[in-house]
Write a protein that binds this ligand. Structure first.
Ligand code: UD1
Ligand code: CA
Length: 453
């Protein structure tokens, strides 16, 4: 099967410099949703018809299996499809999709293709309470499709028809060139309508048949930011329902956003207002507190992620405790039973089993062993103004509060670092390290007082 995605329209009503089909839904361009769905049908040719912002579209969704056809002027849907013709295999049917209709299920498209068979002309239709604006499906007395009439060309009786053309069709390909070449633009919009091909197909002995989606929203397109926001909610509700069905507990299915893939084990709990991006895996018994952002990460079984924690490109072991207000940046690898508490930032660092950094610390470009306690206000000084260096803290080190570790530096196992120490040389194992400082208490000191005017 060939698949052609029409994406040349400009999307005036988005009021945006970004081409309409590149506006993101669930963190991914509208057009990418359509391409990904198309791919699940294993098309032999996949062609995107671009026009407005064509270069940007090619750049955003370009891939070895995607070909592009240019429609320089938007002269109508029939004209758009004609631009793709040279790239199609004439021996198999062609499925036509819209780049701004992102949520059609693959199962719906399969049903349409199967209903049409190799020779039929298949139209995906829905019956709407308010069909205003859409092309209407005109049937004869026997219920056979005769033609499609656009809203602007429809008479009073035709406008009462509630069954509409979603625009998604499947057609035999060999006769298509002739049908498209014969289209006229003598209609209300002065466009070459793809919808007029139906009559030619029927006349040529290709029966026009219809199929319907399971849900109306599968056929909804995006023309404005309002419609984009509505479809985003539809999509998020569908994702949330799938999580619930799989046994995940959601504090509120209306307050979770998944912009990628979220894989959960058993007995996972997710509190309100969490955002998941990229591929995220939560193992059994993970609990995520409110207002967390988790991007491209895996979280081990039994780990608790408390409120307002941000995680990106990180891996966390089992039974860890993170947050509230923890930040794991790219390359953070936490073993089992690690605690990373409030206002602690970890970047490009390994933290061993059972180690704890509970308050106000920066652990970057570091290898921290097992059983290490990192006191409040500890900072790995990883950057010398030009290069980054590593800090190595071996097992069972006790890092006193307000310690600076000036990298590159190694602290041997079992070392105790006194509070307020600047560690700028390697420390041999099992020693106490401190900087000599004096504490002076002056008697008779008088504090300044505020002057009165
Ligand atoms: C079209 C259908 C109408 C259907 C409706 C469903 C025709 C003539 N009408 O109408 O029956 O009910 O969709 O939403 O087909 N496009 C191009 N090049 C063009 C024109 C359009 O690539 O020259 C693309 C658009 O980017 C869009 C899609 O085709 O993705 C549909 O175009 P649009 O103008 O929205 O179609 P409608 O007039 O709404
Ligand atoms: Ca139009």
């Amino acid at each position: 099967m060939n698949i052609v995605i029409l994406a040349a329209g400009m999307g005036k009503r988005m009021h945006s410099a970004l081409p309409k089909v590149l506006h993101p839904l669930a963190g991914k361009p509208l057009l990418s949703h359509v391409i990904d769905t198309a791919r699940t049908l294993s098309p032999t040719r996949l062609v995107v018809v671009v026009g407005h912002g064509g270069e940007a579209v090619r750049e955003a969704v370009g891939a070895p299996d995607v070909q592009f056809a240019l429609q320089a002027q938007q002269l109508g849907t029939g004209h758009a499809l004609a631009q793709a013709l040279p790239l199609l295999d004439a021996n198999v049917p062609t499925l036509v999709l819209y780049g701004d209709v992102p949520l059609t299920r693959a199962s719906t498209l399969k049903r349409l293709v199967e209903t049409a068979g190799p020779n039929g002309y298949g139209i995906l239709t829905v019956t709407l309470d308010d069909p205003t604006g859409y092309g209407r499906i005109v049937r004869d007395a026997a219920g056979q499709v005769e033609r499609i009439v656009e809203q602007k060309d429809a008479n009073e009786a035709q406008r009462k028809i509630a069954e509409i053309n979603t625009g998604i069709v499947v057609t035999p390909t060999a006769p298509l060139a002739g049908w498209l070449a014969a289209l006229k633009n003598d209609n209300a919009q002065g466009e070459y309508y793809l919808t007029d091909v139906v009559e030619a197909a029927i006349a040529a002995g290709h029966p026009a048949v219809t199929a319907q989606p399971d849900d109306e929203w599968e056929t909804l397109g995006v023309n404005s930011k309002q419609q984009l926001a509505e479809l985003e909610r539809v999509h998020q509700r569908t994702v949330a329902e799938a999580l619930l069905v799989a046994g995940v507990t959601l504090a509120d299915p209306a307050r979770i956003d998944v912009r990628g893939s979220l894989t959960c084990g058993r007995d996972v709990f997710i509190d309100v207002n969490c955002v998941f991006e990229g591929d995220v895996t939560l193992a059994d018994n993970v609990s995520v507190g409110p207002n967390c952002v988790i991007r491209s990460a895996s979280i081990g079984a039994g780990t608790r992620v408390d409120a307002y924690t941000h995680i990106e490109n990180a891996a966390v072991g089992a039974n860890a405790v993170l947050g509230p207000y923890a930040r794991l940046r790219p390359g953070a690898k936490l073993a089992d039973d690690v605690h990373v508490g409030n206002f602690v930032e970890v970047k490009n660092a390994n933290i061993g089993v059972g180690s704890k950094a509970n308050h106000l610390s920066y652990v970057g470009d570091a290898d921290v062993g097992a059983g290490v306690n990192i006191g409040a206000g500890t900072i790995t000084c990883n950057y010398d103004g030009a290069n980054k260096h590593r800090t190595i803290i071996e097992d069972n080190v006790f890092v006193g509060s307000d310690t600076q570790l000036v990298a590159p530096v190694r602290v041997g196992r079992g070392v105790t670092i006194a509070a307020g120490t600047t560690v700028w040389k390697d420390v041999p194992e099992a020693t106490l390290v401190l900087n000599e400082k004096t504490q002076i208490a002056k008697t008779g000191y008088v504090r300044p007082v505020k002057k009165k005017n």
